[in-house]
Design a protein around this ligand. Structure first.
Ligand code: PAF
Length: 280
């Protein structure tokens, strides 16, 4: 069955109240639409934890800078609904901007810690305040028991987890491993921007991260291994925003290779900015 679509918070709460009355738990999958297998995996993982799943579709203007791709961000609601039906999603919350940010809206939810790690925040200073403001609203609006996030946006996952904990939000944030194409490229809505040539070249990002991770496991310092990956990708013609090895939980610079580590990258492939990360 096609999932029911609601566009107001009041209609959303009417639906979730019915589930609660039946004693049902439910998960939320926050998205900006242009859904791919990565998002559908989050829906399926949600359904493993709860009998109902809500997917939210909202291209959140507050997490885009004026110079970024808000206008050209891919939108395909009909296609998204067909995919969500296939994945077993029950309800879609797709509000218009004025429902989310009515006239006079004046609140920003701002997190420090992992949101100020000098990674995405260094290159997209507006990004995490936009994300945490919308995600906190979505958590409160849906009242979900579980929130499903992909590890692909690893810093976002750490920031949202921190926020939910710090604000005592009664929701469990669950990170799900990145879904990759057969050649290793992390699935992303932004892959749609790549020319066939750029698409082929993009596989180098995951290869370079894996190569650096192997070097850390073989005893190289995290910093030297990250520089090695940077050297490879620069040679391939990518413009690098960052390639960094960080503590996997705090995202702080690691003091030793014995800590749990995560290698994270943001690079430009032509005019498209791609991010990826792997565990070491
Ligand atoms: O990861 C995304 O698609 C967005 O940042 C999110 C979590 C839906 C908030 O707009």
């Amino acid at each position: 069955m096609t999932p029911k679509v609601v566009r107001t918070v009041a209609a959303l709460r009417q639906e979730t109240a019915k589930w609660r009355a039946e004693g049902l738990r439910y998960a939320v999958v926050p998205t900006m639409g242009a859904l791919h297998e990565g998002h559908l995996t989050l829906v399926r993982e949600g359904l493993k934890r709860a009998p109902k799943v809500i997917t939210t579709i909202f291209v959140n203007p507050r997490q885009f800078a004026a110079t970024e791709d808000l206008g050209r961000y891919p939108r395909d609601e009909a296609g998204d609904l067909a995919k969500l039906q296939g994945a077993g999603c029950d309800l879609v919350f797709a509000p218009p901007p004025e429902e989310v940010y009515p006239l006079g809206f004046a609140t920003t939810v701002s997190v420090a810690g992992p949101a100020k790690a000098g990674l995405e925040d260094r290159f997209r200073p507006q990004f995490f305040d936009g994300v945490t403001t919308i995600v906190s609203k979505l958590f409160i609006q849906t009242g979900a028991d579980f929130a499903m996030f992909g590890e692909k946006d690893y810093q976002q996952l750490m920031v949202v987890t921190r926020m939910a904990r710090d604000l005592d939000l009664p929701i469990e944030v669950i990170g799900i491993p990145t879904v990759r194409e057969a050649d290793g490229l992390a699935m992303s809505s932004r892959n749609a921007y790549l020319s066939p040539e750029e698409r082929k070249k993009a596989t180098a990002i995951h290869r370079a991260l894996s190569y650096a991770a192997d070097h850390i496991r073989a005893g190289e310092t995290p910093h030297a291994a990250a520089s090695r990956a940077e050297h490879v990708l620069t040679g391939d013609g990518f413009k690098i925003d960052y390639i960094a090895a960080r503590n996997a939980l705090s995202l702080a610079e690691p003091a030793t290779s014995a800590e749990p580590l995560r290698l994270l990258a943001a690079v430009w492939n032509g005019k498209t900015r791609l991010i990826d990360n792997i565990a070491v």
